[in-house]
Design a protein around this ligand. Structure first.
Ligand code: GDP
Ligand code: MG
Length: 163
């Protein structure tokens, strides 16, 4: 069986764009409106020859942001169970939000290895957000652009030890 990597993060940070980038097809719906991914989505990912199953989640979207125990969040927890690594995506252009910090706190309590992905990192507008994301306490962030495809070699380096 392939190793499993789960994508987590608040709405609109680019989780589904990253999923599509890694799968190489338009399997997940990408939208400017938060909350588009309604469920877990699975795909076969290939990253510079590294093969794994990738899971796109929607655990912190919609009303679950407030309740934290909603169905979607439970789906995220279920997805993380037995996963080999989690990609915690933040929006480097927007910088860290309180919700990012909350998700980060929650992820630190999980057993799964976490890689912080500072997405939307193309251009100078992302520099502050990349710097801020060190403060999550989850290791060095991997800056990348899911939309443009830059930074995937660094993602490979970060994932390789775990899968
Ligand atoms: P999700 O809600 O986390 O799944 O986010 P989506 O993948 O649906 O993307 C949300 C928005 O961010 C869309 O408008 C994407 O086009 C945009 N986006 C995703 N990745 C990037 C990126 O690398 N750079 C920029 N500038 N925008 C991105
Ligand atoms: Mg999505």
């Amino acid at each position: 069986p392939l190793p499993t990597v789960v994508i987590v993060g608040r709405p609109n940070v680019g989780k589904s764009t990253l999923f599509n980038r890694l799968v190489g097809k338009k399997l997940a719906l990408v939208d400017d409106q938060p909350g588009v991914t309604r469920d877990r989505r699975f795909g076969d990912a290939s990253l510079l020859g590294l093969d794994f199953q990738i899971v796109d989640t929607a655990g912190w979207e919609d009303e679950n942001i407030k309740t934290l125990s909603g169905r979607m969040r439970q789906q995220t927890m279920a997805a993380l169970e037995g996963a080999d690594a989690a990609l915690f995506v933040i929006d480097a252009r927007a910088g860290l939000s309180p919700l990012d910090e909350e998700i980060g706190n929650w992820l630190r309590e999980q057993e799964v290895p976490v890689i912080v992905v500072a997405n939307k990192a193309e251009g100078r507008a992302a520099e502050g957000g990349i710097y801020e994301s060190f403060a999550l306490g989850l290791g060095d962030p991997v800056p990348l652009s899911a939309e443009h495809g830059t930074g995937v070699a660094d993602l490979f380096d970060a994932l390789r030890p775990h899968i």
